[in-house]
Design a protein around this ligand. Sequence first.
Ligand SMILES: [Zn+2]
Length: 358
Amino acid sequence: MNTRTLPLVEVRGSHRQMGQQMGEARRESIAHALETAHQLIDDAYQTLQLTWDGARIQARKYLPFAQERYPQYIEELEGIAEGANASLDDLLVINAMEAVTSDALHLTKCTSLAVNQSRTASGNVLVAHNEDWLPEDEADVFVLRAFPDDGPPFLAMTYGGLLPNIGFNAAGIAQCCDSVYPSDSRIGIPRLVVSRAVLSARTISEAIRHILVPQRAAGYNHLLAHESGELYSIEVSARQFAVLYGLDGSIAHTNHYLDPQMKLVESEPDEQISTRIRYFRALRLLQQREKFTVKDLVEIQRDHVNYPESICNHETPGDPLDRQKTITALIMDLTQRQMHICWGNPCSSTYCTYQLDA
Ligand SMILES: [Zn+2]
């Protein structure tokens, strides 16, 4: 078992100040993440016909839309660039990577699920997420505890120079993001900026209003949980959305649309195989118990059915464009305001716990 503990960075102040603190604390890691992204674009040249300079030009097109609606998060990115001595254009590429690569690389996988009071032994609301991404970026994962001047404190997981989006805030809102593959993507507000905004929400309505912001570039599935036990999956594309609800006290989502209307805008559904297998596997595991503990959810996160494309995702040997693995897995206890998180594949890593003291 690997017992490494993820680094914790604590930031506070204005968005620019928080960005600067993040950039300073993670300078080397941000440089590493930019190198990794550069290499990814080079390696995918056959598929994308895109150079790094081309990617910078593409990413720039999204900036005015983000700046108009969410100037504070662009300031946060500018702060990261200043603190890390990195270029804003390079950071824009990694923060709009899915858009810049037209989703052609099917980069993100991820499995998210949640159980509320009626389904936990402790009566707490628990939200779990496996983050699947390139193995090189495992080194760049960290936990962020943030105290913004203008919103609720939050605890999040992120990596490299990405805006934080997977986490929970002191208003009792938790979010996990799962990539989906809409066919109606456009130039607009990048998904990461939209989901960053959700961490500032004080109510479920406010969170969903951000998720459905006009002129969004595309969409994720946002698995939302509220400390009251309300559980949602908001499936989003650039122009459509569906609201799904966890009526039996649990909910799960992976990387394909579940709503019949949303399936109509899914790009290349025939290729979305492993996500369907992970989804049904997660549903079955959620049915096998009446009440869950954190430990039971860890067991789900370590599941190896359909290995290597399992919930605990491992690299597929010999496939250069299918190299994703689970780089971190986390369980948020919304009631206790805690995050239990492991670094690397959950099957071979121990979890440690971070607290949000608001
Ligand atoms: Zn594993």
